[in-house]
Design a protein around this ligand. Sequence first.
Ligand SMILES: C[S@@+](CC[C@H](N)C(=O)[O-])C[C@H]1O[C@@H](n2cnc3c(N)ncnc32)[C@H](O)[C@@H]1O
Length: 289
Amino acid sequence: MTSIHDSEAVLVFDRVLPQHQAALTLIKDRLEDPSVPAFRWLDLACGRGQILLHAENAISTPRRQKVQYVGVDVENRFARDAKRIAERLFTSPQMIICDLHRFESLLAPTADFNFITFTNTAHEVTPTSLAETLVSAICRIADNGELFMYDMEQLATPELGAIPWSAAEMESVVHGALRAAGETAPLPAAAVWRHTSCTAWSLHINHRNLTLKNGECQKRRRDMLQAASERFAEVLRNKLLAINRGLEALCQYGPETPEEAKTAQRLTYDYWAVSRALDGPLILGSEPA
Ligand SMILES: C[S@@+](CC[C@H](N)C(=O)[O-])C[C@H]1O[C@@H](n2cnc3c(N)ncnc32)[C@H](O)[C@@H]1O
């Protein structure tokens, strides 16, 4: 199983998402540097190309011509939409259809990127796959490059099997991986964004602020993966305990407001997804043959 059933990718022409605006603002700035002749952009879980819709207006044609775009998604039908838009904007965009944790194995061994986007997707990926995806993404940031990640802390509509992560949780995993790579500089902090419909986090790794060189990450890849996986395991256990506490309280007194009823539903979805990720035993054992 590669993506969860409730996975959806939007393509809305008249709505720019703030996370896409933030990433495009950074990309535009880098493209305006006259000393940058070419710009490699890797868009992980590119979906249907929502971010690309707005690149057309935000970035001028001569700057866009510097971009070598690579989109990755597991869903062919989404990637096809993204490719159609990318072909309007960039010269020879490339699409890779694969599960996220495999994207690195399909790249040239030395390929790296000036900008990597990973938006609105972390909650859809299993923790094992996410650990590998994050480590691969970090290893593929060029020495002057950046990785921009963004996702919701809680989903407006729960999705079966999804695990939304908090800013602190993602920061802990990414910091674990960077320290295991041997990074000694102060590490990038996750930011929290309160929107009307949800709270979200972003994490922006700018390689210029690190002491590590890109090749050093590759050499420490195994340590990075182990550290990220251990952090995820710890985070998942704490998450399950917190979910259980929340459900216990609601079970005792019942939801008193519509908001609490929504919380009960969210916690139930979270409980199943987190216990599944921890390989939790089924309460009812296996079904009769
Ligand atoms: C909510 S959309 C986000 C799309 C885009 N990044 C954006 O910000 O608009 C999530 C995307 O992740 C993709 N996806 C989910 N799990 C995946 C996996 N394991 N490997 C590759 N792509 C995955 C889905 O197919 C979908 O296109």
